[in-house]
Design a binder for this molecule. Structure first.
Ligand SMILES: Nc1ncnc2c1ncn2[C@@H]1O[C@H](COP(=O)(O)OP(=O)(O)OP(=O)(O)O)[C@@H](O)[C@H]1O
Length: 307
C-alpha cells in the first residue's frame, strides 16, 4: 500500500561465496566465511575493514528519526513541470548498512538519491545527515559524498585516473597523493590498467567502473550509487557490490538504486518505489526455531496415489 511512511527491511545476505577480486595492488585479503563479507584494502589511509559484519536474520522496520551519522529523508516530494514525481517519501539510512532503492524505470529512484544527496531541492520535506542539513546554503554537500551518477558525469578529455583524482584535488589533496589514491581506487574495481586511457576511449562497463572508483576514492560519509552495475557482467557486478560493502563496513551510509534483484539481495535493507511512492513491504518471515532450520525449504508432499 502506498503511503508516506518509510518501510525498509533487513535481510541477511544469502551469498557466502568468495567475492571475485580484481587484480589487487596492495594489501588485499579475501574472506569467504558466511556472515563475513568484505576485504581489507589497505589504502587511502582509511580505517581497516571490520572483520565481521553483523547481519541479523530478523526483519526490521525502520522509522524516521535523527541520530548520529544517519541519512534521513523526511516526507520528500519533488515535482517536474507541475507533475509530482516523488510523493512524501521518507527513509532512514544507517552508517554501516547498504540500502537498496528499487522500483521500475521512472519510479523515482534517481530523484530520491538526488534529494538526499543535496543535488536537488525537494518541493516539500527535508533531507538530513547527522541531524543537520545535507548541503550548505550555497548548495555544497555537507557530508562527504561519493556519487555514482547514472550518466557517470566523467570528463571525456581527461584520463580515467585524472577523473578519479579530480575528486581528491577538489578536496585539497596534493597531485601525487591524488594520483596514487586514484590508481588504488581504480584497482579496487579492476580498471587500473586503464588509468591512462581517455574517457572517450572506454567502453560502457569500463566507464561505469571508473565512475564507481571516483565515488570510492574520497572515503565518503555517504555513498550514493545510481545503477552502479547496470553495464557490468556478473563478475564485475559482484566486484562493485563488494566494494560498496567495504564502504559500508568502514562506516559509510550506502544507498544503491538498482533494477537488479541480485544487487538488492546483497543489501541489508530495501526501499521499493512505485510511481514515486514507497510501497509497503512485507517483512520476511522470522527465522525458524532451533531444530527446524530446514523447514523453510520443505514443501508439502502431495501424492495423489495416497489417501
Ligand atoms: N529532468 C526531467 N525532466 C522531465 N521529467 C523528469 C526529469 N527527471 C525526472 N523526470 C521524471 O521523474 C520521474 C522519476 O524519474 P527518475 O529518473 O527519478 O526515475 P528512476 O526510477 O530513477 O528511473 P530509471 O530506473 O529509468 O533511471 C519519471 O517519470 C521521469 O520521467
Amino acid at each position: 500500500m502506498p503511503g508516506s511512511s518509510s518501510t525498509t527491511w533487513r535481510r541477511r545476505c544469502s551469498r557466502a561465496t568468495p567475492i571475485p577480486t580484481p587484480r589487487p595492488t596492495r594489501c588485499w585479503r579475501t574472506c569467504s566465511e558466511a556472515g563475513r563479507r568484505g576485504h581489507d584494502f589497505g589504502t587511502s589511509g582509511g580505517p581497516a575493514w571490520e572483520s565481521s559484519v553483523a547481519i541479523p536474520k530478523v526483519a526490521r522496520v525502520s522509522g524516521v528519526g535523527g541520530g548520529a551519522r544517519l541519512l534521513v529523508g523526511h516526507d520528500l516530494s519533488f515535482d517536474v513541470e507541475g507533475r509530482r514525481v516523488l510523493d512524501s517519501v521518507s527513509l532512514r539510512a544507517e552508517p554501516g548498512r547498504m540500502l537498496a532503492v528499487t522500483g521500475t524505470s521512472g519510479s523515482g529512484k534517481t530523484t530520491l538519491l538526488s534529494l538526499v544527496g543535496g543535488l536537488a531541492r525537494p518541493a516539500a520535506g527535508e533531507a538530513t545527515y547527522d541531524g543537520g542539513p545535507v548541503t550548505t546554503k550555497q548548495g555544497e554537500p555537507l557530508p562527504t559524498t561519493g556519487f555514482v551518477l547514472q550518466s557517470y558525469g566523467l570528463v571525456a578529455t581527461l584520463t580515467a585516473a585524472e577523473n578519479v583524482a579530480v575528486a581528491l584535488r577538489g578536496r585539497g589533496a596534493a597531485a601525487t597523493e591524488a594520483t596514487d589514491r586514484a590508481l588504488e581506487a581504480l584497482a579496487r574495481v579492476g580498471v587500473d590498467e586503464l588509468a591512462d586511457r581517455l574517457i572517450s576511449e572506454l567502453s560502457g562497463g569500463q566507464l561505469q567502473r571508473v565512475a564507481v572508483a571516483r565515488a570510492l576514492v574520497v572515503g565518503a560519509d555517504v555513498v550514493l550509487a545510481d545503477e552502479p552495475t547496470s553495464e557490468l557482467d556478473e563478475t564485475n557486478r559482484d566486484v562493485v557490490v563488494a566494494q560498496l560493502r567495504l564502504e559500508a563496513n568502514r562506516g559509510a551510509v550506502v544507498l544503491v538504486a538498482t533494477h537488479d534483484p541480485a544487487v538488492a539481495e546483497e543489501c541489508d535493507d530495501e526501499l521499493h518505489l512505485v510511481d514515486g511512492r514507497v510501497e509497503q513491504m512485507q517483512a520476511p518471515p522470522p527465522p525458524p526455531e532451533p531444530g527446524h532450520e530446514h523447514d523453510a525449504f520443505m514443501r508439502p508432499v502431495t501424492d495423489p496415489g495416497r489417501p
